[in-house]
Ligand binder design. Structure first.
Ligand code: SAM
Length: 230
């Protein structure tokens, strides 16, 4: 058990943080405003992001794709054109309001808490980008068990997330255990969950759930993984 187990209140604060941040969220991914660190650093960011995207593009996602915590749709835009159906599940209507694929005919959107959401539908692939680091350690095993339950046999898992170097980003005010204090644009602070899982921790949790997972790094900034349900 982690030293600082995450409460329901902590998870609610994390979700509320993303709703508040929604109008500015894409500044982070697009390296705008405070995230613009100059041409050299930005080009490393986009090059490494491209490595993870290439891995997604090369993955066999099948027809029916489930994307967990899609937010503003940075990765949904790469999934929607390839999917017969794309199901988006995110707890924040404010984040989803910026997601450009929600109006596409093959896309279904659900606003739900991913720590309790479930479905009897089964999918060819489950994708979660910049989400696994927000899953509390004490919920990691059950998260992978639930992902496996949503997959058809032979189904694909893809994820990408931050490497630990992201703790030095300008919107990080403090870190302690599995919590991180984030600064919003108006100067207010919010505490979120932020875990930098090792490849071994993720592979172990996945294998216990019946998923074979390979985890790689893009260089310095991102970690990504591709898995298959047995
Ligand atoms: N996948 C997007 C990306 O790659 O940019 C967004 C990732 S963002 C770091 C985390 C997302 O998780 C946000 O869209 C937020 O609304 C969502 N989220 C946070 N807590 C949640 C919860 N308990 N249930 C469902 N979604 C949640």
């Amino acid at each position: 058990m982690a030293e600082d187990p995450i409460t329901e209140g902590d998870l609610a604060e994390q979700l509320a943080y993303y709703s508040q941040r929604a109008p500015h969220y894409d500044d982070w991914w697009l390296r705008r405003g405070v995230f613009d660190k100059g041409d050299a650093a930005n080009s490393v960011w986009f090059r490494e992001a491209g490595v993870a995207l290439a891995a997604l593009e090369a993955a066999d996602l099948g027809a029916d794709v489930l994307e967990l915590a899609p937010g503003t749709g940075t990765w949904s835009v790469h999934l929607a054109p390839r999917a017969a159906t794309l199901t988006l599940v995110d707890g924040s209507a404010e984040m989803l309001a910026h997601n450009p694929v929600t109006a596409s005919p093959q896309v279904r959107t659900q606003i739900a808490d991913l720590f309790t959401w479930d479905t009897e539908e089964r999918f060819d692939s489950v994708v979660f980008t910049f989400w696994i680091s927000h899953v509390p350690r004490e919920r990691l095993a059950s998260f992978f068990t639930r992902v496996a339950s949503w997959l058809r046999p032979g189904g694909t898992v893809f994820f990408v997330d931050d490497a630990p170097v992201s703790s030095s980003e300008p919107h990080v005010a403090a870190t302690a255990g599995q919590k991180m204090v984030r600064l919003l644009n108006d100067g207010t602070r919010a505490t979120i969950v932020k875990n930098f899982y090792t490849a071994d921790e993720l592979v172990d949790a996945a294998v216990r759930a019946g998923i074979t997972l390979q985890v790689q790094e893009t260089g310095t900034l991102f970690q990504y993984g591709l898995g298959r349900k047995h």
